[in-house]
Write a protein of this length. Sequence first.
Length: 183
Amino acid sequence: QSFMLLIHDEPDLVDALLDFYLEYDLRLIEAFRGLPFDFWYLGDDVTGMMGRSHLERLWKPRQSRIVRAMKASGKPILMHCCGPVAEILPWVDEWEIEALHPIQPVVNDIAAIRRAHPKLTLVGNLDINLLSTAQPRAVRAEADALLSGLRGDGGYVLCSSHSIIDSVEPENFLAMARAAWES
């Protein structure tokens, strides 16, 4: 909340802070480039928090530099962004991001995203509330539906729409894991 207020009240300070973190991130990327890992994980929950004009002015140019630095390593990028992702999907395409996570079902239509972005690997979308409150058979049914409905050129990775929280029933987590394993 304080940051959102600063965007309006102290825009120069916000730019300075974001530039500081951008340079920090670019140094980290350079330091990690040669390490043995399979993909970059790029996380930034920005959608739904600020309007399109602020995303375009504050976030996109800096994120573009981070993505270019990661892409220079030749390794794919898994991008994490909670919330409604429709606003950033054009940039995901522009940057040639390989995978998108967690695609929360309460604010995203994963089937529509699959149709519009058939080469993008989709990761997530199994509702955390379902994992917390349903019976294992309902979790399995939803997992099976996601797995069968989202296969495509880009692929699909079954996982929850959020971090596994304390309320997730262990049996439901196992039902999700079994569905993924057996698919």
